[in-house]
Every structure is written in C-alpha cells, then in structure tokens.
Ligand binder design. Structure first.
Ligand SMILES: *Cc1c(COP(=O)(O)O)cnc(C)c1O
Length: 220
C-alpha cells in the first residue's frame, strides 16, 4: 500500500485523544513529503543529524520529535527547532537541554523515558531513579524545560501478555506521578506503542504512538 493510504488507515482507527508520530528514520525526504502532503505534521527521528538535515529541507510547520537516545553533545544541534524530546533518561541530559533551550530563548518540551522492558539495553529511569529526580530541587527549578509526560518501550517479544503488563506498569507510574505537584511537570502525554503494539498500547492508556514501518514500510 502507499504511504498516504497506510497513514489514512491508521489515523482513521485512532481515538481522538491519541496523537500519531510518524517515525521516518532512515527514510528519504520524498517519503516524508508524501506523508506531509497527506496531512501529517508530526515526524519522529532517532538521530539528531538526520533530523536536522530533514528539518532544513522540509516545510517549517512540521513538529519534529526526537524519539531516540540523545547524546548530551548533540542537544545543541536541535535546540532551535525540536518540538518534543521523548528519550530523556538522565539528569545530565536534562541540564544540557535546559541550558541549550535557554540559549535559544525557549522552553523545550520533554518526556522522561522509563525503563519498562526486561532487556538491559533499553534506556530509561527506573521507578526509584524517577522518584529521586522528581524530588531534586535542581530539577524542579529548571526554567527552560517542560516535562509533558513519560515514554517507554516494551520488550522486543511476541508475548503479547508480557508487552501488556509492561504497558500497564508504565501507565501506573504515569498515574502516580500525575498526582504529585512539581512545577516542572505538566503531565499529559504517555508515549507508548509502535507498529507492532500500538493497539495494545492504546488499550493500556497510551496518548501518543510512534509508528514507522506500518506507514513507510520496512527499514533496511
Ligand atoms: C523506530 C522506532 C519506532 C517505530 O518503530 P516501528 O516498529 O517501525 O513502528 C518507535 N519508537 C522508537 C523509539 C523507535 O526507535
């Protein structure tokens, strides 16, 4: 199927409160433009350099989401334009985003990545680290970041029940910290779900899904 029809099919199945991030990593600008011309305005990339090259070439009403792991020394290259950083997983990274946002005279929206998968290789805070972070005065006083919510990735497995348990776990953490009143926190976004599991993620409370291959086709 074509990119516009894939997009249309997915969008028509989504509840109103769920935002679709079209994950366009590795795909050429011509593919992204097909999605753009079909109305898509939110794109997700996992490498800062690739995202910046696409940002330079494409219309300026696109919201660029960084969904991958971010190295501290790359933040400055996207600070001017990035719309949401999903994979924030350390205080050091938050400090750098805050600093670069300040330099660009803006506030950068972020999601805190939570480690919910069993694989050690997936990044993110665990619950205890999250608790420590939220209580740090330094974090609470960061003026140029806004934490909009949480992001998580389930274990790479076919076991639907395991994936479901991991999504439910993330939703429970989201609900718990939503009740705390920290000035930097304005929690409304729960980013979970990809091509293979977004329906399940939505059933478990996701409000933002990151879908790549179901829109653009398999990546090499
Ligand atoms: C690549 C990627 C996706 C999209 O994966 P698909 O299976 O192609 O939908 C979603 N989230 C993150 C963090 C990714 O790196």
């Amino acid at each position: 199927m074509s990119i516009p029809s894939n997009l249309q099919k997915i969008k028509s199945s989504l509840p109103d409160h769920v935002t679709l991030v079209a994950v366009s990593k590795t795909k050429p600008v011509s593919d992204l433009m097909e999605a753009y011309n079909a109305g898509q305005r939110i794109f997700g990339e996992n490498k800062v350099q690739e995202m910046t090259e696409k940002w330079e070439q494409m219309p300026k009403d696109i919201q660029w989401h960084m969904i991958g792991h971010v190295q501290t020394n790359k933040v400055k290259f996207m600070a001017e334009y990035v719309s949401l950083i999903h994979g924030v997983d350390s205080l050091k990274l938050l400090q750098e985003i805050n600093k670069q946002a300040q330099k660009n005279d803006r506030i950068i929206d972020c999601l805190l990545q939570i480690h919910i998968a069993e694989e050690e290789t997936k990044f993110g805070f665990d619950e205890q680290e999250l608790e420590v972070l939220l209580n740090l005065t330094e974090f609470q006083e960061m003026k140029n970041i806004r934490i909009l919510g949480l992001m998580g990735m389930a274990t790479f497995t076919n076991n639907q029940d395991q994936i479901k348990q991991e999504f439910i776990h993330l939703k429970a953490i989201f609900d718990t910290i939503q009740m705390q009143s920290v000035p930097t926190l304005k929690l409304s976004v729960l980013s979970m779900g990809m091509s293979g599991d977004y329906k399940l993620a939505i059933d478990c409370g996701s409000t933002m899904i990151r879908v790549g291959s179901s829109i653009f086709g398999e990546r090499n």
